[in-house]
Design a protein. Structure first.
Length: 651
């Protein structure tokens, strides 16, 4: 191998199954900059696989039917519900949402870890669903009758498109993992049925004060995915029609309506999970319609999101966004974290904007990990970056670390969906040049085809806990294609090792490697991340102004020791609600001077298989106590903490 030394800086600011009906190449090029790969093409390794396996087999997600009854109603195989009625004191569509979330999470985690017992369970679910579908192909929860409140016949609030969309996410994932054609046929038939019923009607034009109707924006994920699988443009045509319908009416959660997006000074205000799950839709429509107003609206999505983003990468919302700035003292909802990864992946595929990948990594490794226990036995529904106490008595106890969250199980179930969707976006394909893009980093193995040649790429790394990433390329025979490597977080790249005849082109946000790749070729890239001190405005715990520390994707925090106590066990399942209290607040009110020295202390590879259970690296800083004396403290990755200070007041 030859070594090419490069220094630059930018300003910080299993084999995939074959498809019977492949997308038309030219249509794909018109629609996408990059395309997502089928589920199963990317298999996680290293710490990601280890965490997924522990979460599935030791955490609550694999056993959630023993923890909480909401996923045991089998509402898709026994569709008997009517809109605007309550079941077990909950809205009629909540258990459909929860069942979809759960089965999507377990299906993905099972195939990503190879846990056969859970693969068999997912197969059983899919077979039961296929056996229950009637001749029309309906997949949903509503009763087949002619009265108001039955399927396709709602005058008031309902969750019709929403619950269908969540179950279809599990169904389409299972199809791509297995290649079972009857599963794809069932998904297409169900979506066709929806399109037929709403071709000349506006689904959103009902009287509703609830969020079920506006949750229907989740159906766009199914339309985009089915187009990507089949190449049938009818799905894009209906997406444009559905968004036009969404724009025309008064819905509760309207942040993503074009008229509101075009108002630059109107920040997001609606329910955070709704905004997160539909975040990609304006960009999708802009990519299809090619009109200035849609391009402008899509641009404003990210500008507004920036305003609401906390240091940990989450969008602030305590259910509602409320037009508030994202500071370290603002709460955020776990649904808003997990539901945003898939939309951001899609936005990268439409635009090729790698800054969105930076956003995904920040949110996943900080807010996503810092709101849960290292093994997924409980998570916090609402969380803050700066946190020294948990309000255990708040109504419906949303700040608690909990395995069920009886207020609503959506967040705990989404805890099992975060990392599978991160894995989904790790690689993408360039339909213009038939090349591959490393978009999100972490240990994994990719299996795909280039120019009809099987290609496997193993990505060996401890990222984000280590700066070195090694790619080993194993094509079935020598094959030429461009390999694009994202340059994350405005980093410096200290060195790249390439095969002897490979050519490298440096661009501001990426490396593009051209080569005729042969079995065993390797590429090694070393990121030389620096510690960044990022300024923050004043907030409740940050007087005047503040800073926080970030290195690459990791935000660092001052941790506080705590005591954890089990206070409620759910249904003799072994999973609990916890009470957690800080036992030491030393340094909570200490301040910082930006000029003080900072020392980054890296970890060793031997420590990095379970890096969220115990910090594997740290940062030494000096904080000023109340007497004005400097004291040394070790900051650790935010994802290793429960109680912490992320943003420090500047004095």
């Amino acid at each position: 191998m030859k070594r090419i030394s490069i220094i630059w800086a930018i300003t910080l600011t299993t084999l995939a199954p074959l498809h019977a009906d492949e997308p038309k190449e030219e249509d794909m090029k018109k629609t996408y900059t990059y395309t997502l790969l089928p589920a199963g093409a990317i298999q996680p390794g290293g710490w990601i696989k280890q965490q997924l396996k522990q979460d599935l087999t030791e955490g609550y997600i694999g056993q959630f039917d023993q923890v909480h009854p909401t996923v045991t109603h089998d509402v898709f195989t026994r569709p008997e519900r009517r809109s605007k009625r309550k079941f077990s004191m909950r809205k009629e569509w909540w258990s459909g949402e929860h069942e979809g979330y759960w089965k999507d999470a377990v299906t993905r985690m099972a195939f990503l870890t190879g846990e056969q017992a859970y693969i068999d369970r997912a197969t059983g679910w899919i077979n039961e669903l296929l056996d229950s579908i009637n001749d029309a192909g309906y997949i949903g929860i509503y009763e087949d009758c002619n009265e108001t409140g039955c399927r396709f016949n709602h005058s008031r609030g309902n969750g019709e498109l929403w619950v269908t969309s969540r179950m279809l996410m599990a169904l389409l994932a299972y199809y791509e993992y297995t290649g079972r054609q009857e599963v794809l046929t069932a998904a297409e038939k169900a979506v066709q049925l929806v399109m037929d019923h709403y071709r000349n009607r506006n689904y959103f034009a009902v009287t509703s004060k609830g969020g079920g109707v506006s949750h229907g924006i989740g159906f766009f994920e199914n339309l985009e995915w089915l187009y990507r699988i089949t190449g049938k443009r009818q799905y894009l045509t209906f997406a444009k029609k559905l968004y036009s319908d969404f724009n025309k009416v008064d819905v509760r959660d309207d942040d993503l309506q074009t008229s509101n997006l075009l108002k630059e000074d109107l920040l997001f205000k609606s329910h955070g999970a709704h905004t997160a799950e539909g975040l990609f839709v304006p960009q999708m429509i802009a990519s299809l319609k090619k009109e200035e107003k849609y391009d402008e609206a899509a641009t404003h999505v990210l500008e507004k999101l920036d305003t609401h983003t906390t240091p940990s990468g989450a969008m602030r919302c305590d259910e509602w966004i409320k037009q508030r700035l994202g500071t370290a003292d603002e709460r955020y909802e776990y649904c808003g974290i997990a539901e945003m990864v898939s939309p951001l992946n899609k936005m990268i595929s439409f635009t090729g904007d790698f800054s969105l990948a930076d956003r995904i990594e920040t949110m996943t490794f900080n807010a996503g990990q810092g709101s849960r226990l290292p093994v997924l036995k409980a998570l916090s529904y609402l969380t803050k970056d700066n946190r020294i106490k948990i309000n255990h008595r708040e109504i419906v106890k949303r700040e608690n670390y909990d395995a069920a969250h009886m207020a609503a199980a959506c967040c705990v179930l989404n805890g099992g969906r975060l990392m599978p969707y991160y894995v989904e976006g790790m690689w993408m394909k360039d339909p213009q040049k038939d090349g591959l893009i490393a978009a999100l980093y972490g240990p994994n193995t990719l299996d795909t085809k280039i120019a009809g040649v099987p290609v496997q790429i193993s990505e060996d790394t401890h990222y984000p806990f280590n700066d070195t990433v090694t790619f080993t390329i194993q094509p079935g025979k020598p094959v030429s294609f461009p390999l694009t490597l994202r340059k994350p977080f405005g980093c410096e790249v200290s060195a790249v090792k390439l095969p002897e005849n490979a050519r490298l082109e440096e661009k501001p946000d990426r490396l593009v490697l051209e080569n005729t790749w042969k079995p065993g070729d390797q590429v090694e890239i070393v990121f030389n991340f620096t510690v960044n001190k990022i300024q923050q405005p004043a907030s409740k715990t940050v007087k005047n102004k503040g800073i926080y520390f970030k290195r690459g994707p990791l935000v660092f925090a001052l941790p506080f020791d705590h005591r954890i106590k089990k206070v409620k066990e759910y249904r003799n399942s072994g999973y609990h609600r916890y009470r957690i209290r800080a036992t030491d607040r030393s340094g909570w009110n200490y301040t910082i001077q930006p000029a003080n020295p900072v020392e980054f202390v890296p970890g060793t590879p031997e420590e990095m298989n379970t890096p969220w259970e115990k910090p594997v690296l740290h940062m030494k800083v000096w904080l000023k106590n109340k007497k004005g004396t400097l004291e040394p403290f070790n900051l650790v990755p935010m994802g290793n903490t429960v109680f912490r200070r992320v943003t420090f007041s500047v004095r």
